[in-house]
Design a protein around this ligand. Structure first.
Ligand code: H79
Length: 438
């Protein structure tokens, strides 16, 4: 029973059940953005072990994990090159770890010496130059911040099967941690003024314990336009499914899937299970078809080098994004399931549909239940016009026929996924009936 309750609570916290009414004007840039690049960088990239979880789950000892502090050099780190690569991918925002569950801050924290400035050979704040480089490129800046801090003696959690203390038994100890935690969030807000703050680890405590309402209020006091992800026990703005592609549209119309490029968030040289560019593009198309964003993760090495496979993925995605930009950025969720067998998006004014052709399927694209007349159809990026015909329209019925779009000429096909632009003569109107006479 307890497990069920826990699972239920987790479900709500990670799917974005919210205690606040999100301000939709504030979220507009985020809904338009579609793609963000997530960066997990930390001392775990020295030995290529799981970020924080490796000691928490007792795969290695805590001292061995922390010994990686001595190996974090950032000596080939080129924040401008990172920002240029992110720009090239087509991403409109980027979220970087300011501190993971291991408690190691990547900036100069005045509240702790456990940061890369005081405790690693890098000896400097690595975040300020990155945020500057992002902003120079016109990319929105996001800060990942772990509420959990398994390194603190005043934080209850540590290893998976042990805890330092119970909050009920030592409330003052918890208050001390909370002051520190809220203090570091304020540091992140003051130092970087992020457009987006991406919390993680809220599941270890309740909204009341975290004082989530105050965390949210403090953030908005510093930057009323800041967007907060859902991992703040109900005090966030949008839902954050992780790793798993939703099969039904998540509720609430603002959401973001975060996903790794192989199986790990951080640098893991032993992990070669990379998604292919086609798989990444297909996942991305599916996400935007359902009105979401993709926050795609890369994990640089301790010296700042980004693995070739990750660079390749971002560049291939970037090429495809550039060619199909009109079908992606600033669009809204496409047709509900059943009208077209593939992902689709819709222009904000609801007069242009974009149909994504998975696997570049041979044959004709088909749209069912489209009440509108079509003004024109073309292949995005190739400017090839395509004829269509309407099949099965009965003159005396208002039920629309089926639209068959002509085959896409081979020369007009994209190497990954071709996209069709269907311009309508009016705002999208769909027949959703069961095929009867009315
Ligand atoms: O930073 C990356 C990960 O380290 C972190 N989030 C991304 C962005 C993360 N790792 N795992 N999780 C999030 C999922 C957490 C799963 C949990 Fe549980 C299931 C937490 C509570 C239930 C595993 C099982 C941990 C405790 C019990």
């Amino acid at each position: 029973m307890r497990t069920w309750i826990a699972a239920f609570t987790l479900l709500f916290s990670v799917t974005g059940y919210t205690q606040v009414t999100p301000d939709s004007a504030k979220l507009e840039w985020f809904r338009d953005a579609k793609l963000g690049i997530f960066i997990h960088w930390g001392i775990y990239s020295v030995n290529g072990v799981d970020e924080s979880w490796s000691f928490h789950n007792k795969l290695i000892g805590y001292p061995e994990y922390m010994a990686q502090l001595k190996g974090f050099t950032a000596n080939k780190y080129n924040p401008e090159a990172w920002a240029a690569l992110i720009k090239e991918s087509g991403a409109q925002y980027s979220v970087i770890t300011t501190k993971h569950h291991d408690g190691v801050a990547l900036y100069d924290s005045k509240l702790s010496t456990l940061d890369v400035v005081n405790s690693t050979p890098a000896k400097r704040d690595v975040l300020t130059p990155f945020y500057q480089a992002l902003r120079k490129q016109g990319i929105k800046a996001g800060a990942y911040f772990s509420l959990i801090d398994w390194s603190r003696n005043d934080y209850p959690g540590f290893l998976k099967d042990s805890s330092r203390y119970k909050i009920k038994e030592q409330p003052a100890r918890w208050q001390q941690f909370l002051q520190f935690c809220h203090g570091q969030i304020n540091e992140v807000m003051t130092n970087f003024n992020p457009d987006l703050i991406w919390f993680d680890g809220d599941w270890e405590h309740s909204a009341e314990e975290w004082n989530a309402a105050k965390i949210r209020q403090d953030i908005l006091n510093k930057n009323p336009k800041a967007i907060v992800n859902a991992r703040l026990q109900g005090y966030g703005d949008y839902a954050t499914p992780e790793q798993h592609i939703p099969v039904s549209r998540p509720s609430g119309d603002v959401w973001e899937l975060c996903m790794t490029s192989n199986k790990n968030w951080g640098y893991h040289p032993d992990d070669s299970a990379y998604k292919t560019p086609y798989e990444l593009i297909a996942i991305f198309a599916d996400v935007i078809s359902n009105g979401g964003n993709l926050l795609f993760d890369i994990g640089p090495k301790e010296d700042g080098w980004i693995p070739d496979e990750q660079v390749h993925l971002l560049k291939e995605l970037g090429k495809w994004n550039k060619k199909h930009a009109a079908a992606i950025f600033g669009t809204r969720a496409g047709l509900p399931y059943g009208h077209f067998y593939g992902p689709s998006t819709m222009s904000k004014d609801s007069t242009t549909l974009y149909l994504f052709m998975p696997y570049n399927a041979a044959g004709k694209a088909v749209i069912k239940g489209l009440n509108n007349e079509i003004a024109s159809i073309k292949v995005v990026g190739a400017n090839t016009a395509l004829p269509h015909k309407v099949v099965g329209k009965i003159s005396w019925s208002h039920v629309p026929g089926i639209v068959y779009i002509d085959d896409i000429p081979a020369a007009a096909k994209d190497e990954y996924m071709t996209v069709l632009e269907v311009k309508l003569k009016s705002k999208l109107s769909l027949y959703r009936g069961k095929g009867g006479f009315q």
